[in-house]
Design a protein around this ligand. Sequence first.
Ligand SMILES: [Zn+2]
Length: 153
Amino acid sequence: MRCELCGREESRLQRIMIEGTEMMVCSSCVVYGKPVTVPKKGKPLSISPSKNKDYSKDIFEKMKKEIVPDYGTRIKKAREEHGFSRQELGALIGERTTAVAKMENHELRPSDEKAKKIEKVLGITLFQDVKQAILKKRDVTGLTIGDLLKKNE
Ligand SMILES: [Zn+2]
């Protein structure tokens, strides 16, 4: 066999990658490129690893916060601690008294915007990290991982 780089005759050539091109070279020419393993035996070292793993990692890192399931209990407790009536809290967050009552009874889930307002007014936390929520959402809407990433960007 002949070295594709210098043309020297050598019985055992090595496969290397030089600027994106695979070449069979002799032992003295291997220094000019990166060693490449034969595809059948394994992945070429020069090709960057699959990004699939990174994608799923991105999903989890970009998890959105969701309103806690016991938001009503938290709102009620904090409201009472502050000595607010439902009417007063409603006025502070721009909701009707009946809406506040429904929220406290878990009959009405506050919008993210409203929940943030309540957090501020009452000094409580109404959001939590929920990975399952994202995954569930994806199942329901049929969104691909790519769609999710776009949405979160
Ligand atoms: Zn050579």
